[in-house]
Structures are given as structure tokens and as C-alpha cells.
Ligand binder design. Structure first.
Ligand SMILES: *Cc1c(COP(=O)(O)O)cnc(C)c1O
Length: 402
């Protein structure tokens, strides 16, 4: 029964969130997801989507999704193992595995589900997980759902990884699995996969990489961070999403060694007990993947845009975290950084550029930032307009202080 006491409790929690300045309000788009969007009556350049290859409203992807709707229907109304597997699903799993260079892959409703379902099947109380402290929330939750002992290493810190692997080994673990994001989404930094694979081999550990912010555009063929570092054969498991570069609809996967994927199909709970991916999403994603395979030019455009933006921002005197990833963190350090970042982001929307400011607890205290995400769908003029908007907004926010 929903009584007054509970209502008051929940309202108090909501008020705390509001007072801490952490209340998230959703801005409605009145257009499709694209480089150019409208929100309300405002037209804006969008620099905060994960639409790295610009496939979210690609005409061929939309056409493939529409064709799948006609041919294969709207819904599956079944989990995969009962009557929810169409040829589309099998083809998509094959295409993902070929793209990222693994034996096989298995589809989930989301990468959140993939990460929720992978650990429990492969690890139990005899085993250990050694995971990066900045890993995505879904990896953290998935690891919690298995009974393995947990060790955490400092972000991308290889001497700490070694120390944690020693602890896991000394604890007598049967299987040890190193778990890392391929790209850390708040910084745009890549995990040092070559060194991680070296350590995994020295300690006889498995490696799992969540490549959600890389699959489709990192690496010469878009195969992700293992391809970028030349370690595709040394990474045992990849998880990833169809909800970012690969069309951006929804769906996730685990890709890896044949026996691992086979066992996941038998035992993984979010796979066994949740509906099959909808035919429109499977058909559209297949097309997105097909485009991504041949998208050398789009990846080149994305790199060019990223380099140009990073250069323009450095010239204008902004502090930008170093790197090559299209996630570009523009830093607003110090005690009033959170307020300044939020002000600049607001002023930029008035200039017609949509970006989002992040502050504590999403990033550490004193490390507030605006996270800019470049896309192959941005033109050079769009990229220059974004940098110009930063300069204009900074001037306004400094005036505001005086
Ligand atoms: C976005 C993201 C996810 C979640 O993917 P969904 O398919 O949207 O559930 C998981 N892991 C990482 C690293 C991500 O960036």
C-alpha cells in the first residue's frame, strides 16, 4: 500500500537530488537523431550523440528496417530458444562475429543485458574477476551477479593490474578474468590492450573487453580496440552495443570463443528469459553493420573531424584531454568548474550547439567537463561552428561572472 510515509520519503529523496543539482531533465528532440536536430523550436548542431558514423537516420538503414518490418513482422513474442529465432538473428550474429573477428556471437536486448548475463555463466566462487575501476555500470552489475572474488585496479594502471592479478592467483582462483572497457566514456581514453594481454598471458587469465564506444569506428576496419592494438586473437570475449555507432537502435552482444558463446546460449539468463531482438532492429542493424564494413571513408571523416576539433580547441586555449577518440573532454577544472561547465553548455545551446556538461558524481570532484562527441555526419563547417560556440560561450560566461 502506497501510504503517506512512503510518499514523503520518496519526495524527500527527489528533493535531495534537486538540491544537490543532480536532477536530470530530459530535453525532447522534435526531429530524428542526426548531426542537425531540432529541440522545441531551436535548431541545433548535435555534439552529444553516440552516432559516430551517422547511421542513426541513414536512408539505407531505415529502408532495411522498413523492409524487415514488411517481411518479418513487428515482434517475435518469444525468447530465442522457443520460437524467437529468425534467419535475420542468425545472420546478424554471424555478421557481428565476422566484423569483430571472433568465432561467434550471441545477441541480447542490450549491451547492459549482455554484461549482466556473461559473468555468471563462466565464473563461480572458485574464480576471480580483476576489473578496471572506471568500467561501465553494466559491467559492475554483471560482475556482482556472479560469485567470483572481485579485485579492482586503478584506471589503466598496469602495475596495479599486476598486483591485483598476484592477489587473485595467491587466493587460489581457478579462472581469472580481466575486465575492461575498450574506451573510457568520460575521458575518451583507450584501455592499453597490448599490455593487458601481456599480463593476461603471464598470469593465465582471460580478457573481456566491452567495446561499446569503439565497435564500428576504432581500428582501421572498425573492428574496435582489439583491432586498433592488433590483439584480436588475444582477447577472449568482447561485449558491445548496437545502440551507438552501429545504427544506434538497440541490442547488444557477446562475441568470443565458440564454446563460451555456446554455453551462454544454454545458460545466460538475460538471453534465456528475455524477448528476442525485434525484426526491424535486427534488419536495420544488419544493414548498419554492412555499411560499417565498407565505411573506410566515414571513419576517415570521423578522424579528420576529431583532429580538427581538438586542434581548434587547443588553439583557442581550452584544456582538452589528450587522445584520438571522437569523445573529446573539454575540461573545466577547479571548485567552480561544475557551474562554469553548465553555464557554457547552456550558452552554447543558445548559439545553436547542443553539448552536455558532466560533473560530480559522474566524474571526480574538481574534474567537471563538457563531453563533445564528433560524428562522421558533421561537416567541417559544423566542427568549426562547435569550436566557435565554445569561444563565444566562454566569453559570455566570463562576463556573467563580472
Ligand atoms: C553504452 C554502453 C553500454 C550499454 O549499452 P546498451 O546497449 O545501451 O545497453 C554498456 N557498456 C558500455 C561501455 C557502454 O558505453
Amino acid at each position: 500500500m502506497y501510504d503517506e510515509a512512503l510518499r514523503a520519503d520518496l519526495r524527500a529523496t527527489l528533493a535531495e537530488i534537486e538540491e544537490a543539482g543532480l536532477y536530470k531533465r530530459e530535453r525532447e528532440l522534435s526531429s530524428a537523431q542526426a548531426a542537425h536536430i531540432t529541440t522545441g523550436q531551436t535548431e541545433a548542431l548535435n555534439f552529444c550523440a553516440n552516432n559516430y558514423l551517422g547511421l542513426a537516420d541513414h536512408p539505407d538503414v531505415k529502408a532495411a528496417a522498413a523492409a524487415a518490418l514488411d517481411e518479418w513482422g513487428f515482434g517475435m513474442a518469444s525468447v530465442r530458444f522457443i520460437c524467437g529465432t529468425q534467419e535475420l538473428h542468425t545472420r546478424l550474429e554471424r555478421a557481428i562475429a565476422d566484423f569483430v573477428g571472433t568465432d561467434d556471437s550471441i545477441l541480447y536486448g542490450s549491451c547492459f543485458d549482455a554484461n549482466g548475463g556473461v559473468f555468471e555463466v563462466l565464473l563461480d566462487e572458485r574464480d576471480a574477476v580483476v576489473s578496471d575501476e572506471l568500467n561501465h555500470a553494466s559491467l559492475i552489475d554483471g560482475i556482482r551477479l556472479c560469485k567470483a572474488r572481485r579485485f579492482r585496479y586503478r584506471n589503466a594502471d598496469m602495475s596495479d593490474l599486476r598486483a591485483q592479478l598476484e592477489s587473485a592467483r595467491d587466493g587460489g582462483a581457478r579462472r581469472v578474468m580481466i575486465v575492461t572497457d575498450g574506451v573510457f566514456s568520460m575521458d575518451g581514453h583507450l584501455a592499453p590492450l597490448a599490455e593487458i594481454c601481456d599480463l593476461s598471458e603471464e598470469f593465465g587469465a582471460l580478457v573481456l573487453v566491452d567495446d561499446s564506444h569503439a565497435v564500428g569506428f576504432v581500428g582501421p576496419g572498425g573492428g574496435g580496440t582489439p583491432e586498433h592494438f592488433g590483439v584480436q586473437d588475444r582477447v577472449d570475449l568482447l561485449t558491445g552495443t548496437l545502440g551507438k555507432a552501429l545504427g544506434g537502435a538497440s541490442g547488444g552482444y557477446v562475441a568470443g570463443r565458440q564454446e563460451m558463446v555456446d554455453l551462454l546460449r544454454q545458460r545466460s539468463r538475460p538471453y534465456l528469459f528475455s524477448n528476442a531482438v525485434a525484426p526491424t532492429v535486427a534488419g536495420g542493424s544488419l544493414k548498419a553493420l554492412e555499411i560499417a564494413v565498407g565505411s573506410t571513408q566515414a571513419r576517415e571523416q570521423l578522424r579528420t573531424n576529431t583532429t580538427l576539433f581538438r586542434e581548434l580547441m587547443a588553439e583557442a586555449g581550452f584544456e582538452v584531454l589528450p587522445g584520438e577518440h571522437p569523445i573529446t573532454a573539454v575540461m573545466f577544472p577547479g571548485p567552480d568548474g561544475a557551474r562554469r561547465a553548465a553555464e557554457v553548455a547552456d550558452a552554447m545551446l543558445r548559439e545553436g550547439v547542443y553539448v552536455i556538461a558532466f560533473s560530480y558524481p559522474v566524474v571526480p570532484h574538481g574534474r567537471a567537463r563538457i563531453r563533445v562527441q564528433l560524428s562522421a555526419a558533421h561537416s567541417e563547417a559544423d566542427v568549426r561552428a562547435c569550436a566557435d560556440a565554445f569561444v563565444a560561450a566562454r566569453a559570455l560566461s566570463i562576463e556573467g561572472v563580472r
